[in-house]
Structures are given as structure tokens and as C-alpha cells.
Design a protein around this ligand. Structure first.
Ligand code: BES
Ligand code: ZN
Ligand code: MN
Length: 505
């Protein structure tokens, strides 16, 4: 998608469609009034009849019948002004675009002053760049399609976007370009998330990483099984031992051309279970197919690295993903087995379905061995997080308030939601073990999400560490959020991770 800022009068905008947003129960804005007049009071009469009230996410498509240069106008309700945040805005826009893309190639988004005002505040304050970027992201996200493997899937997409109402400077052009890139990276993560496990093995994921690395001039190293054995990655290897697919550890590295001299090295780690059957602690049948997306964290890290290579922060960034299947079989790890992780910790695997923390433990140790000073992992770790927070939020658990604040600032910029869960000393007790240093699950449902962080934290070796549990926020069901987010993968945290290096200073 291309995006540019223009200064054309709304009636003269040339595009397949105009998109105008409305706040709930508020009078029509300046541009809406202009269009209303051109359309002989159509909008006023729609308001009067109750057909148009700006509720979230109301979509109304009206033909302009030659009264405007664009043949149609989509009216999009953003709901109450005080409830709008970056997440809702992007979701409403992608909802509108999911309809428009089927018959429109070009779209002009009209920004009323009221919207510009609202968006400037919760973002980073750099109006109008932040609103422009947010809108480009929302429109770009709307181009994502689920049916990659469907013969009859439509191919239509918004290819050209114009933005009216925020000015025109070169800063704005840069913001729009950034927004398009971030949306396209998110969509690329979504494609990987939903790719079936037989088409996205650890080796296939590495092939995808090679493409990104080549395109963006990132260095890529792959740790293969023999090296894992030499490094003593007993936790990662234990998960992999039941699978016919060899495990891989992706290690991407972005080196700044001019470093800021702080010596900081940020490691982003994504859980990369390309299929999670549960192993010998086999999952029940319903919902198991969704476990093809248990590599959503890895996808977010990979695509964020691609963006980081282009935005060029002044610190070094590592992108790691431990990649393996979690399968049952005669050679699989068994409940009760004790393994030794790369850092020497002995772990009793009392539940083979808590595999994410095992693979991440060794990835964290490896990141530390590579000089990481700050570590952030993104993982579809626990079903419990959907009980705690539901799908529209990512849970964060942190060993460092500063690093957490950086993640939260990055998430705000990205229009993603991150909510902290606590780590109290009392939580540590859950994983104490009689036979080994630690066990991988507590065996009770209490504090399931927190226990994941309790397990992972020591592997960051005392360095600032944030664990992001995306088991709920990485995908949505059809009825959720009134269908505003398409059923399927969200690419969550791709954009947050892409912004993060800029918030570490
Ligand atoms: N990949 C799952 C978590 C998950 C569940 C992701 C639902 C997406 C949707 C993870 O490996 C897992 O199985 N976690 C267990 C942990 C438990 C055994 C402590 C879970 O949530 O049941
Ligand atoms: Zn899993
Ligand atoms: Mn599991």
C-alpha cells in the first residue's frame, strides 16, 4: 500500500471511496457538513432517522451519485470520544477496510479536527505524525486476509491511501510510510501465525527468517541440534525430542551503524512452537488445531526485526526464537523427567504441555551468553491469561519497572494494550520442587500466567526482564469484539517490539 497526505477539498478527492469517521452522539464535523450539503442533507436525515449515530463500529456505505468526485462514502462510527484509544481506532479502521477492499483500490481518509485532537493526546504527543501513522496502520491492517490457501479467496486490497486534514509536510509523509510498514509487518506475522503446522515447520520458519534477513541486511545464525547439545540446552532439546522435525534456534542480530555508547543490547525472544499437541500430557481434541499458532511470539519477533532494520535505532537488538514442535511419541519427554537447562538449572517436567517456558529458558540463557543486557519475551504461554484478561489485552510481568515502562510506552505508540500482572515473592513457592531445582508447573490452576513468569525470570540472569503472555491477544474468535478484529491471528506485539528499542534510552 502507498499512502500520502493531501490537501484536497473533500468534494474533489479522487478515490474509489471516501472514509469519514464519526464520534457517537456528536454533531457532524466540518467535512461531514460539507459532504452533507453536497449530498442534499443525506447525512442529516440519516442521523435524524437513527441510521447514523457514530456507535462503535457502525459502518454505512452511501453512493455519492456524482455529487462528489469519489463515487462512494463510507461512514465509520468510532463510538464515544472518551473511550477511543489507539487499539479501538485501528480495529475500527481495519473493520471498514475489510469491506471496502473488495471493491476499492484507493481510499481517501478524511480526518476531522475532533479526531486529530483525540489522537494527538494518548500517542506520543508528536501531532500530527502519530495520528497519521495510526490511521495508515489501521487501513493497512484491513488488507490482511485469512484465506492464504483458498482457491477462491479474493485478492482485492487498498493499494493507495490518501489522508486529508492533517496537513502535508515531509514529517507526515514519513509517518505514513512508517505506518504502512508497521501494518505490513503485522500482517506478515499474521500470515505466519495461521499457516498450518505441516507448512510451517521449524525449518520452514527459518526459511522465512532468511528472507527477512536477506531483504533487510540482518545477520542470521541458526543454532542446530548438535550445537544445542554442546551448549547443554537440555530444556529446549527435551521438548524437541518427541518430534520428527529438528529444532532450530533463530538468532537474528541488528547492529546499529552508530551506537549510542550505552552498551545496551536488547534481546527480543519469541516462543516458536510450530505445533503444540501438549506432548505426552496431550491436549484435548477441541481447539488443538489452533496450536499451529503457538509460534505467534516468534512471528512477532521476526517481523519486528525486519522493521527495526529499517528504522535503525542506536542500540544493538537480538531477535531470538526457539523453534520446535511439541509432540508425543515413543521418544518424547515424559511427565516426571528431569532435565538440565543451559544455565545448569535442573527442571522436573511434571507437565509436558508447559513446553513454552522450557524452550524459552534456554533461549534466554543463550541471549545472555550473546551479551543481552535487557530481555523481553513474547509467548503464547498460558490459557489462563484469557481467563485473567480476555483477548484484547496482553499480560506483562516484569523484573524491572523501567523496562516495563518502556514496553508500555512502546505499546501505547503501537495501539496495543499491555496490562501488568504482579510477581510477589509468595508466587515463587508454586514451582518449588522436591527432586530438582524447579518444576515447570505448579499442578494447580492458581496464578497460571504468573507462574510462567516465575519460571522464566531466573533465566534472564538478573538482567531487566519482561515477559509478555499473548496466548489470548494473539488471536480472536469470530463473535469477539463485535467482529471488529477479524477472526484469526492479530500479529500482536509486532509493532510494540518494533518501537521498543526507541524507548530504552
Ligand atoms: N500453547 C499453550 C497455551 C495456549 C493455550 C495458547 C490456549 C493459546 C491458547 C501452552 O503451551 C500450554 O499448553 N500451557 C498450559 C500450561 C499449563 C500446563 C501450566 C495451559 O495453559 O494449560
Ligand atoms: Zn504451547
Ligand atoms: Mn503447551
Amino acid at each position: 500500500m502507498q499512502a500520502k497526505a493531501v490537501d484536497t477539498e473533500v468534494g474533489k478527492l479522487r478515490a474509489d471511496a471516501l472514509l469519514l469517521t464519526l464520534f457517537q452522539d456528536e454533531p457532524l464535523g466540518t467535512s461531514a457538513q460539507l459532504l452533507d450539503r453536497a449530498l442534499d442533507g443525506l447525512l442529516t436525515s440519516m442521523v435524524a432517522s437513527g441510521e447514523l449515530n457514530g456507535k462503535f463500529p457502525e459502518r454505512r456505505l452511501v453512493p455519492t451519485l456524482g455529487r462528489a468526485a469519489a463515487p462512494r462514502l463510507m461512514l465509520l462510527g468510532l463510538g464515544r470520544r472518551d473511550l477511543l484509544d489507539g487499539y479501538r481506532l485501528r480495529n475500527a479502521l481495519q473493520f471498514a477496510v475489510r469491506d471496502l477492499r473488495n471493491f476499492c483500490r484507493s481510499l481517501a481518509v478524511i480526518v476531522e479536527p475532533a479526531l486529530a485532537e483525540v489522537l494527538a493526546v494518548p500517542a506520543t504527543g508528536q501531532a500530527p505524525q502519530a495520528p497519521a501513522r495510526a490511521i495508515a496502520e489501521g487501513v493497512g491492517l484491513g488488507n490482511y486476509r485469512l484465506g492464504e490457501l483458498k482457491a477462491a479467496e479474493g485478492k482485492g486490497a487498498i493499494e493507495e491511501m490518501q489522508l486529508v486534514g492533517l496537513g502535508q509536510g515531509s514529517d507526515l509523509a514519513a509517518a505514513l510510510t512508517a505506518g504502512v510498514r508497521l501494518a505490513e509487518a503485522t500482517n506478515a506475522a499474521r500470515v505466519l501465525q495461521w499457516r498450518p503446522a505441516n507448512r510451517l515447520t521449524p525449518a520452514d520458519f527459518i526459511a522465512e527468517a532468511e528472507l527477512v534477513a536477506k531483504q533487510r541486511h540482518l545477520s542470521l545464525r541458526v543454532v542446530e541440534r548438535p550445537e544445542m547439545e554442546k551448549l547443554g540446552m537440555g530444556a529446549l532439546l527435551a521438548v524437541a525430542q518427541g518430534s520428527h522435525q529438528p529444532p532450530k534456534l533463530m538468532v537474528m542480530r541488528y547492529r546499529p551503524r552508530s551506537a549510542d555508547g550505552s552498551g545496551r543490547v536488547l534481546a527480543l525472544l519469541g516462543k516458536g512452537i510450530t505445533f503444540d499437541s501438549g506432548g505426552i500430557s496431550l491436549k484435548p481434541n477441541p481447539g488443538m488445531a489452533a496450536m499451529k499458532s503457538d509460534m505467534s511470539g516468534a512471528a512477532a519477533v521476526l517481523q519486528a526485526m525486519g522493521v527495526i532494520a529499517r528504522t535503525e535505532p542506536h542500540i544493538e537488538v537480538l531477535g531470538l526464537a526457539p523453534l520446535t514442535e511439541n509432540m508425543p511419541g515413543g521418544g518424547a519427554v515424559k511427565p516426571g523427567d528431569v532435565v538440565r537447562a543451559m544455565n545448569g538449572t535442573t527442571i522436573e517436567i511434571n507437565n509436558t504441555d508447559a513446553e513454552g517456558r522450557l524452550v524459552l529458558a534456554d533461549a534466554l540463557s543463550y541471549a545472555v551468553s550473546q551479551g543481552a543486557t535487557h530481555l523481553v519475551d513474547v509467548a503464547t504461554l498460558t490459557g489462563a491469561v484469557s481467563v485473567a484478561l480476555g483477548h484484547p489485552v496482553t499480560a506483562a510481568m516484569a523484573s524491572s519497572p523501567e523496562l516495563l515502562a518502556a514496553v508500555q510506552a512502546a505499546a501505547r505508540e503501537a495501539g496495543e494494550r499491555v496490562w501488568e500482572l504482579p510477581l510477589y515473592p509468595e508466587h515463587d513457592v508454586a514451582l518449588t520442587c522436591e527432586i530438582a531445582d524447579i518444576r515447570n508447573t505448579s499442578g494447580t490452576p492458581a496464578a497460571g500466567t504468573i507462574n510462567g513468569a516465575v519460571f522464566l525470570r531466573p533465566f534472564a540472569a538478573g538482567r531487566p526482564f519482561v515477559h509478555l503472555d499473548i496466548a489470548a491477544s494473539s488471536y480472536h474468535f469470530e463473535p469477539l469484539l463485535m467482529k471488529v478484529v477479524p477472526h484469526g491471528p492479530t500479529g500482536v506485539m509486532t509493532r510494540t517490539l518494533a518501537h521498543l528499542p526507541f524507548h530504552l534510552g
